[in-house]
Design a protein around this ligand. Sequence first.
Ligand SMILES: [Zn+2]
Length: 48
Amino acid sequence: MENKSQTTCTYCKGNGYFQLVTGGSETCPSCQGTGNVETAATTGSSSS
Ligand SMILES: [Zn+2]
């Protein structure tokens, strides 16, 4: 079973960047332009 720990960055909606209201674009600081963010392991699936 693949347990992917990445999810689409909601900050930039997976674009990797977002457009500034002032014009231009900015690399998403949340995902560093990858468009995906690593999600921390949640809700105790404990492996010994
Ligand atoms: Zn992002």
